[in-house]
Write a protein that binds this ligand. Structure first.
Ligand code: NAP
Length: 359
């Protein structure tokens, strides 16, 4: 099916207000047909945009907020090659500028669904539909919740999932960090810039985080590591966190611990709620999408790159690598499509002869 026919079927050629060459306001066609639609504007999405744009395929990137994704919540980046030190927002801005330079449309839109239409994909958003040959899903993930009493009640009033965003509110205070992965250890040490004491509370004896991060936490005099323990409740007064209840998993005993901040870093879940991926696309037990080596999911034409993809680790470098592969593969397939011979109508040969099938 051609793009024009598919768009006409779906009513995707919409009209929006524009200016004519005399500067007068008049309706102008907004064409939402693209070769590639990228969903999500973090490092993976911006990299896919750069590669697709540079290959001169018609590309739009849909992002519900400002481009940058988790980069916007990251103060210092020291593990992105070529940069000894760069802030997340600055790296995000550079990536976005570079994608736009190559002609990619960056649009603010909240995606609500993805569906198949013939051999095309329709990306539904709150503001209308987009039609694409290929979709690269780079929607990332969201922090997981503990699901304990007080977590929701004190969200934003002592409970946080972002040390860079909220750490400065806890100057000379005592805070707890929950989790034993890279994020918990890294953010816990970061919080010592502000807090006078940081408890890092982990449910196991050993940390999952990289040894270098655990060592940095051990060496920091403001950090106290509490292992084999979970937090069972967050309590407060006057709408602010005052205390958590700690349970020692070895002795079974509980005790109160006075803190005014609780930073939860217990992992991510993929942002795939907007389409019923569990039914249609192969995923791992946590819901992260499984891809082949070209980053294509089990749904042909749908790629996944970055944190939304099932993989060993979630780094900026892995996100940009995934996205590079996905965009290059999509571009190659678009190129191949252009050179496909026009399909010959089957009926000119008459009905299939069963005696020839498989010969
Ligand atoms: P993560 O590696 O999945 O670690 C989550 C931690 O939270 C684990 O220690 C887990 O405990 C614990 N946890 C999970 N559910 C819990 C619950 N209900 N109650 C208490 N604890 C719970 O997640 P992450 O630290 O957010 O990191 C995500 C990814 O980003 C990782 O791949 C990581 O390498 C990467 N990252 C890298 C850097 C860096 O390199 N600078 C920084 C941040 C993140 P168990 O160990 O018992 O499962």
């Amino acid at each position: 099916m051609g793009l024009v026919q598919a768009a006409a079927d779906l009513g995707i050629l919409e009209y929006e207000k524009g200016l004519d060459n005399m500067g007068a306001s008049q309706p102008m066609e907004k064409d939402r047909r693209y070769d590639v639609v990228i969903i999500g504007g973090g490092p993976a999405g911006l990299t896919a945009a750069l590669y697709a744009g540079r290959a001169r395929v018609r590309t739009v990137l849909l992002e519900r907020g400002a481009p940058g994704g988790q980069l916007l919540n990251t103060e210092a980046i020291e593990d992105y090659p070529g940069f000894d030190h760069i802030t997340g927002p600055e790296l995000a801005q550079r990536m976005a500028d570079q994608a736009v330079k190559f002609g990619v449309d960056l649009e603010t839109a909240r995606v609500t669904a993805i569906r198949q239409h013939g051999d095309k994909k329709v990306v539904e958003t709150e503001d209308g539909e987009y039609l694409a040959d290929f979709v690269i899903l780079t929607a990332g993930g969201e922090p997981k919740k503990l699901g304990i009493p007080g977590e929701g009640e004190f969200q934003g009033r002592g409970v946080s999932q972002c040390a860079v965003c909220d750490g400065a509110f806890f100057k000379e205070e005592v805070v707890a960090v929950i989790g034993g992965g890279d994020a918990a250890l890294e953010e816990g040490v970061f919080l010592t810039r502000y807090a006078k004491k940081v408890y890092i509370i982990h449910r196991r004896e050993h940390f999952r985080a990289q040894a270098i991060l655990v060592e940095a936490a051990h060496k920091n005099p403001k950090v106290e590591l509490i292992t084999n323990s979970i937090v069972t409740e967050i309590k407060g007064e006057d709408g602010q966190v005052k205390e958590i209840t700690l349970k020692d998993l070895v002795s079974g005993q509980t005790r109160p611990l006075a803190v005014t901040g609780v930073f939860v870093f217990i992992g991510f879940q993929p942002n795939v709620q907007f389409f019923d991926h569990r039914d249609h696309v192969e995923h791992d037990p946590l819901g992260f999408l499984v891809t082949d080596s070209t980053m294509q999911t089990s749904l042909p034409g749908l790629y996944a790159a970055g944190d939304v993809r099932s993989q060993l680790t979630r780094q900026i470098t892995t996100a940009v690598g995934d996205a590079t592969t996905a965009a290059i593969d999509a571009v190659k397939k678009l190129e191949a499509k252009k050179h496909e011979p026009t399909p010959v109508p089957v009926d000119i040969y008459g009905p299939t002869r069963p005696d020839l099938v498989g010969s």
